[in-house]
Write a protein that binds this ligand. Structure first.
Ligand code: PLP
Length: 420
């Protein structure tokens, strides 16, 4: 009952989104635990979802699982009615295991291993993208009745993470590819694109929607406007809204009968996660302090390698039960990740109070392309995730009735009890 849910307000504690970090850090502190961990605010995911449905009512979101596959997030989005963009057999499996029905899944990878296609077929996942002839041949062998979506290459120059060098048929070759699909007796039901992740200009969506119109066939009924929506700043992220709605209404008006979907990843989760990392060692370096923290580019912070210039990581020192450090002088500091590799550098230069071994640093906006990119390099543990949610029912926060239905691993309003 979407319309009856009011977006809950996060109660600001010492961190950006909610007050859960404090009890969790205290818990970790008391346990002597030093593993990195995330606090995932499901309130923020819910808020983002509601903002989407309010602002883009014609566009049904299919959350991009690759961005963050935390089961509690998928559970919540599924409960809200979201569809899912899966990139592989493994992601399809995960979505199905959480009760997502196959019609709510788009297999949105234009180049798929044959046995993943066969698996999708066996599970009734019919909608899938393609951008080349070889893919059509594989699909005709392993999933002949699939509902295909043509992925076109679009201008991604306005995005920080480009996808068009790898995926999408150029507009000039789209017609030939559609003819080939028809020869093979395959059904092409629509067109998709991705403007690139962290798109900074809404004009990119406008142009890509126009490009889609250009190749859209009379027999098609689905337009997929991909991902690329910002996940951190409310005003920037939905700058696209007006432009997208206008372009859709002009080129794919409601009476055209075209169903419109999108594949937001970052938008749904980036700001909902805060990563807590522990200082495991330190040394006084050449004109700056150097610290070694227990998570890095081979763990949660792999995205640093993609965004070396623009990635703005702002660590906040969090000491349990004291704020004395807020008055301490700030020193120029370097943060290393934990592995035996110099590439594993998290921040080259940041001004922070002098840290002690054992201190915790909080990193906001850590939900996108973080936990899902972790490796086991050097044998360091992956960060744990603690999904938390304020109880939407009853509305009065002082009441502490338990949440009736909960996603896997959910920490409700008694944090310590929820830790497993
Ligand atoms: N859809 C596809 C096919 C993608 O490759 C990606 C990201 O790589 C996404 C959706 C999600 O993009 P974003 O996180 O920028 O919304």
């Amino acid at each position: 009952h979407m319309s009856s849910i009011e977006p809950p307000q996060c109660t600001l504690g010492s961190c950006k989104h909610c007050s859960w970090q404090k009890p969790l850090l205290l818990f970790f502190f008391l346990q002597g635990n030093q593993q990195p961990f995330y606090v995932a605010s499901l309130d923020c995911v819910l808020k983002a979802y509601l903002r989407w449905t309010t602002n883009l009512p014609r566009v049904q979101p299919f959350y991009a699982v690759k961005c963050n596959n935390t089961p509690a997030v998928l559970w919540l989005l599924s409960a809200l009615g979201s569809g899912f963009d899966c990139a592989s057999k493994g992601e399809i499996d995960l979505a199905l295991s959480l009760g997502v029905t196959p019609d709510k899944i788009i297999y949105a990878h234009p180049t798929k291993p044959s046995y993943h296609i066969r698996y999708a077929c066996s599970q009734g996942v019919d909608t899938m993208t393609f951008d080349n002839e070889e893919e059509l041949l594989k699909i005709s062998s392993f999933h002949a009745h699939a509902k295909l979506v043509l992925r076109i290459a679009v201008d991604d120059s306005k995005s920080e993470l480009k996808l068009s060098p790898k995926f999408g048929v150029p507009l000039s070759s789209a017609g030939k590819l559609l003819e080939r699909a028809a020869q093979l007796g395959l059904q092409v039901t629509g067109v998709s694109f991705h403007v690139g992740s962290r798109c900074t200009e809404s004009s990119a969506f406008k142009q890509a929607i126009a490009d889609s119109r250009h190749v859209f066939d009379i027999a098609m009924s689905l337009l997929d406007i991909g991902g690329g929506f910002s996940g951190t700043d409310d005003s920037v992220s939905f700058d696209e809204v007006k432009v997208i709605n206008e372009a859709l209404d002009e080129l794919f008006p409601p009476d055209s009968g075209v169903r419109i979907i999108a594949e937001p990843g970052r938008y749904c989760v980036e700001s909902a996660f805060t990563l807590a990392v522990n200082v495991i060692a330190k040394r006084a370096g050449n004109r700056r302090m150097e610290y070694y923290i227990n998570d890095g580019v081979y763990g949660s912070l792999n995205c640093i390698l993609n965004f070396p210039e623009n990635m703005k990581i702002e660590p906040h020192l969090h000491r349990v039960n004291t704020t004395e450090h807020s008055h301490e002088p700030r020193l120029k500091s370097l943060l290393w990740g934990p592995t035996c590799d110099c590439v594993d550098k998290v921040l080259d230069s940041v001004w922070i109070p002098e840290l002690r071994v054992g201190d915790w640093l909080l990193l906001d906006n850590s939900g996108a392309y973080t936990s899902s990119l972790c490796s086991d390099f050097n044998g360091f543990e992956r960060a744990l995730t603690f999904p938390v949610m304020t109880n939407p029912r009853p509305r009065n926060r002082s009441q502490t009735a338990p949440v009736e239905l909960g996603p896997p691993g959910l920490v409700t309003n008694t944090p310590a009890a929820g830790l497993r």
